[in-house]
Ligand binder design. Structure first.
Ligand code: PEP
Ligand code: MG
Length: 917
């Protein structure tokens, strides 16, 4: 049997490189992209990648290497040593490597990098000899001890970077050094000895001198970090599942800490916050990678690089720009790269798809496909076609364009208490909290709590708290620090590097500009400008909402609105499925239409019963003793309902409107406290006892399975009569206006389980509709159909379709009844089900395609066996969920229907479904 390959080689040449970008699942994102860059002959320091399968084996066996992994690693390491002409741990000319983790999806929750692995007391001298720089040698060795101690041994021993940092600060003080770079070789050598003692004190063993032991422990640390609590949490929050594990990258070191002609940095080919097409990045001269990312030293802006004194920087900058342009074109996606310049020569250490806000995602898509900057009108290279652009944007991205921003006038007046780097855009208002755990706990207690997490810097274990917060504010770190990268990925408001902040974690206070703010005090952050305000600033709707819903002319000129418009237009060009909306008022209908809705898929008539005084008419109906009094009460409702429908038909002129007959159980319309019942009795002029008694009669053990939906109209046909009269009466009236409205009413009967139920009510609907049409001499055409929301209706869809002219899948109830989970009570056990991965997601949010989806598919198929042109749609909440929308397209629904603000998202998802085919 062929041996499984666990260790891949990359670099030196295309011929020697094994693997490419398509192998992310096995090589991890970093490993696959390093191989891809090596294949493209980009300057990548050679190295090895241990596969994610090896990690899976290690996790499964509780810490054993896969058979053959070690032999393969040793053989590949030999090859690397041969190619580099250096040996790991060699006293004369040692090979130094970095060890890094990298899963198929980038995950800040896993192990960080260990640099300079292979150094020991002897090898450091050989390394100094070779590089001719004593300072670099000791700097590398002390960094190695620090990183190895913190990252590899820390999880077991409690040793942290901070333990080393304290010593570094003390030494700097002793020698009056301002920056780390001011320390001499001799002083760094002294620091190395101190670091070894720090290590020995906590680990209770001397720092390992054997390079194989160093490597072995590091690989185990990477594998182990896959199952760490913080990595698990990150995967859970980001809904990452189905990955085998992390790969381990062992990369030949290049050195950014070799003096003024060396340095290291990170860059984004485009701005991940605003989406601007200019590359942004940060670098540090005479430094190693972690100095930039960890926010220890404040890095310089990439734009300053060509202005550096030494001319090597101009060339390095030009090379970097060229490579970044090439990478963006190659990957068809903006990249986030890490690079090192060693004595003037540029090396690429990593590339990956850049994390970004939703705004940046939409901007990248429209600009890369149109070749135009939406803000300045300037031309730029066309990299994507329309379909590629649409596929690169998600529903969540588009949703972010509908997020609120600060009220402009209020923000102008407000005092900026400090400002720093705008790391994640949007407006955030919340109460100060200093610990991520506290933020998480507060949200658990009250989901509506608004929090601003204030910290020196965030780390991967803070991700839960960052997620819980409205916004994040840090005192250190740049645009590429942990807080910035994570927040941007989520589209969360974030401001970084606010050096003015004096945080006292113990007292739970932060002092800004001399003023002390306590935990619980309000702050407002503008993540797009970096401004921090005291108190709660009012927010205002996004330009998209302002332009679409309010028709604001100025907002229509806003580039953000134009981007939204472009994506929506392209979506409409490619999608095959219609998008309707769930709306029950003329205002909502108009807003939805402006968002692109092509009709109403569900008008829940009961919502109209709660407006103004109408509730009293329905209560009168409920209390009535006989049909005559019930009809009397309904007559009062009729005129209101008819008016509502007239408004909706006008708003949807020319588009279909599906109106559903009354659905909820009647107990939802009566009061349940004694006081309110007394008020009802008084108002309706009946004894209080009568009200109490009727409320008791309406009590059901399982109201969701009780007297609701079509069952109500079967008991009280006069309800169905009144609603039909209101719908068709309104339709005939507006169709006859001077400026006639084109009406396409679709009357929908809810919650049927048998054809007989539908037949019973269809007859009443048709009789009454025809009577009005005849009476008014109108030519209004209408349809009668049903909701498919009971499994039996789906199973017998062929019979149901003999009567129904259309189906609308009510997947809220269909999910409830297929799973047997109550819509109202699932909250008590859903968190356990999600934690234990018994359910992959809340089935009321994302359609369960395997189970409930089968009923939808079967319902469509059986229904169309009887009636080939049967119009099928969905009006459950899933109609606005991108994954569910794609499923609906696959099973051949004619439309999805969702809330007005989800319409643009559904349009995009429908286009993506059509493009994917
Ligand atoms: C449904 O059940 O999916 C539906 C749309 O109806 P309601 O949510 O009103 O029960
Ligand atoms: Mg329903």
């Amino acid at each position: 049997m062929a041996q499984k390959k666990y260790v891949y080689f990359y670099g030196v040449s295309k011929e020697l490189t094994e693997g490419d970008q398509t192998m992310k699942a096995v090589l991890g994102g970093k490993g696959a992209n390093l191989a891809e860059m090596a294949n493209a002959n980009l300057p990548v320091p050679p190295g090895l990648t241990i596969t994610t399968e090896a990690c899976a084996y290690y996790s499964k066996t509780g810490g054993k290497y896969a058979p053959e992994m070690e032999t393969q690693l040793k053989a590949q390491l030999k090859k690397l040593e041969k190619e580099m002409g250096k040996k790991l741990g060699d006293a004369k000319d040692p090979l130094l490597v970095s060890v890094r983790s990298g899963a198929a999806v980038s995950m800040p929750g896993m192990m960080d990098t260990v640099l300079n692995l292979g150094l020991n007391d002897k090898a450091v001298l050989g390394f100094i000899e070779q590089c001719g720089n004593e300072r670099t040698g000791w700097d590398c060795y002390r960094r190695f001890i620090d990183m190895f101690g913190d990252v590899v041994m820390g999880p077991y021993t409690g040793l942290t970077h901070h333990d080393f940092e304290v010593e570094l600060e003390a030494l700097k003080k002793k020698y009056k050094a301002k920056e780390d770079t001011d320390l001499t070789a001799e002083q760094l050598k002294e620091l190395t000895e101190i670091y070894k003692k720090v290590y020995q004190n906590k680990v209770k063993k001397p720092f390992p001198q054997d390079p194989w032991e160093q490597l072995d422990l590091s690989i185990r640390a990477v594998f182990g970090s896959w199952g760490s609590e913080r990595a698990e949490k990150y995967r859970q929050i980001n809904k990452i599942s189905g990955l085998m594990g992390t790969a381990v990258n062992i990369c030949t070191m290049v050195f950014g800490n070799m003096g003024a002609r060396s340095g290291t940095g990170v860059a984004f080919t485009r701005d991940g916050g605003t989406g601007h097409s200019k590359a942004m990045g940060e670098y540090l001269i005479d430094a190693q990678g972690e100095d930039v990312v960890a926010g220890i030293r404040t890095p310089k802006h990439l734009d300053d690089m060509p202005k550096e004194k030494d001319p090597v920087w101009k060339k390095a900058y030009a090379d970097l720009q060229k490579i970044m342009a090439r990478l963006e074109k190659h990957y068809k996606y903006p990249q986030d790269v890490e690079f090192t310049v060693q004595e003037g020569k540029l090396y690429m250490l990593q590339t990956r798809n850049a994390k970004r806000t939703g705004l940046a995602g939409v901007r990248w898509a429209v600009e890369m496909a149109s070749g135009v900057d939406f803000f300045t009108g300037e031309k730029q290279p066309k990299i994507l076609n329309q379909k590629e652009a649409l596929m690169s944007v998600s529903g969540e991205d588009l949703e972010q364009l509908l997020f609120p921003v600060f009220d402009i006038a209020a923000e102008k007046k407000a005092k900026i208490i400090t400002s720093a780097l705008p790391a994640g855009p949007g407006a955030a208002v919340g109460k100060i909290m200093f610990e991520a755990e506290d933020a998480e706990a507060a949200i658990e207690k009250d989901a509506d709590e608004k929090i601003i997490l204030v910290r020196h810097e965030t780390s991967p274990e803070d991700v839960g708290g960052m997620w819980a917060a409205q916004g994040v504010l840090t005192s250190t770190g740049g645009m590429t620090s942990h807080a910035a990268v994570v927040a941007r990925g989520w589209g969360k408001c974030c401001i970084c590097g606010a050096g003015d902040l004096k945080i006292d974690y113990k007292k739970k206070t932060v002092t800004i500009d001399g003023k002390v703010y306590k935990q619980g005090d309000w702050l407002s952050l503008n993540g797009s400008t970096g401004a921090v305000y005291e108190g709660q600033l009012p927010t205002q709707v996004s330009p998209v909402v302002s332009a679409v819903v309010d028709g604001n002319a100025a907002a229509k000129k806003d580039p953000i609105y134009k981007m939204y418009e472009q994506i929506s237009k392209w979506s409409d060009t490619h999608r095959k499925m219609n998008v309707r909306t769930n709306a029950d008022s003329p205002a909502d209908s108009a807003a939805a239409r402006a968002f692109g809705a092509e009709g109403i898929g569900l008008c829940r008539t009961e919502h109209m019963f709660f407006e103004g005084d109408r509730i009293w008419a329905i209560r009168e109906f409920i209390l009535a003793d006989d049909e005559k009094s019930r009809k009397g009460a309904l007559a009062k409702l009729l005129k209101h309902q008819q008016k509502d429908f007239e408004g909706i038909f006008k708003a949807m002129d020319g588009l279909p409107v599906t109106v559903r007959l009354l659905d909820p159980p009647l107990h939802e319309f009566v009061p349940h406290t004694k006081k309110d019942q007394q008020e009802m009795a008084k108002r309706l002029g009946v004894p209080a006892k009568k009200v109490t008694q009727r409320v008791q009669e309406l009590h059901e053990f399982n109201p969701m399975l009780g007297h609701r939906g079509c069952r109500l109209s079967i008991t009280y046909p006069e309800l169905c009569v009144m609603q039909t009269k209101a719908i068709i009466g309104a339709a005939c009236k507006v169709a006859k206006l001077k400026k006639p409205v084109k009406v396409l009413p679709e009357i929908m009967i809810p919650l049927i389980g048998t054809k007989a139920e539908l037949d019973f009510l269809e007859k009443i609907v048709r009789e009454n509709a025809e009577e009005i049409i005849a009476k008014t001499g109108s030519k209004v055409k209408y349809m009668v159909g049903t909701m498919i929301e009971i499994p039996r209706a789906a199973l017998t869809a062929d019979e149901v379709a003999e009567t129904a002219e259309f189906f609308s899948f009510g997947t809220n109830d269909l999910t409830q009844m297929t799973f047997g989970y109550s819509r109202d009570d699932i909250g008590s056990f859903l968190p356990d089900y999600l934690n234990e991965k018994i359910l992959p997601a809340d089935p009321f949010q994302t359609l369960d395609q395997t189970g409930v989806g089968q009923l939808v598919k079967l319902g469509v198929e059986r229904g169309r066996e009887t009636r080939p042109d049967l119009k099928c749609g969905i009006c459950g909440e899933h109609g606005g969920d991108p994954e569910s929308v794609k499923f609906c397209a696959k099973v051949g629904l004619n439309y999805v229907s969702c809330s007005p603000f989800r319409v643009p998202i559904a349009r995009l998802a429908a286009a993506q479904a059509a493009i994917k085919g």
